[in-house]
Write a protein that binds this ligand. Sequence first.
Ligand SMILES: Cc1cc2nc3c(=O)[nH]c(=O)nc-3n(C[C@H](O)[C@H](O)[C@H](O)COP(=O)(O)OP(=O)(O)OC[C@H]3O[C@@H](n4cnc5c(N)ncnc54)[C@H](O)[C@@H]3O)c2cc1C
Length: 231
Amino acid sequence: MLAAAAVADLVGSVEIIDAHELPEGPEPRTGVPQAVHIHLLQTGGIEAIEELLPGSIDLLLAAGAHRIPVTTNVLVYAPEGWYRRWTRATHSLITASRDLTDSVVRAQVLKHARVSARSHTKAVGLLGSRDRITGVRVRKSYGTESELRAELIVDASGRASRTPQWLTGLGINGLKEAASTQVSCTPAASTALPCPPVTGPSSPCRPIRACLDPPGPGASCRSKGAAGTSA
Ligand SMILES: Cc1cc2nc3c(=O)[nH]c(=O)nc-3n(C[C@H](O)[C@H](O)[C@H](O)COP(=O)(O)OP(=O)(O)OC[C@H]3O[C@@H](n4cnc5c(N)ncnc54)[C@H](O)[C@@H]3O)c2cc1C
């Protein structure tokens, strides 16, 4: 959805293809089973959504999301120890269910005059040759296949992406890949801190907790009226 927002003003029209349902509201989606786990947005994500879809964060907060200032009301434990709690918040987290965040983003994107969406439609291959990709082959959930021509294709199908294999099938090999490294993680059900690093010093584990019951470094946040949620 955000990729569609990013290109919508640069192209004639954008068609979003999703293999599963695209519900009207904050309902679960078959294609994102990880949505049952807690999801939060960090400052970079908040700013990116707001830049691409102005007004979305206010809509998200109005729909029930929480903005939690960092690091006044969030406790961070890293391999080096507890992060210092500041008296002034410079960043914030937005906590909401993934379904809620998705629904606000989806509604904002689909308001765009040049953006439309096809649900229950799976991309099953790329069209074209090793010289030029010209579209995607799509299959409806009831089995009918068709071709969708496009000048620009953004694969946002997540970890199930078959694009590398499809490109290889067209004879396209040896492409340079740019990757970003995930540098933080939020255990879905962390009740015991401290948590050791899970993947080595280059990718530290940073469990984040909004409030802990005393005793612990988070004891003071209750007396300041912070929300008693944890992320
Ligand atoms: C336990 C857990 C906790 C997480 N917590 C956070 C968090 O707190 N904050 C955060 O920002 N991220 C979090 N993430 C990561 C986040 O869920 C993923 O990074 C993010 O969903 C990836 O987005 P995506 O759009 O690339 O893919 P996905 O969200 O996986 O979406 C893929 C979409 O593509 C569709 N699709 C798949 N294949 C096809 C096809 N062939 N044709 C058409 N459509 C297709 C699917 O239906 C789906 O809609 C968490 C992940 C996990 C597992």
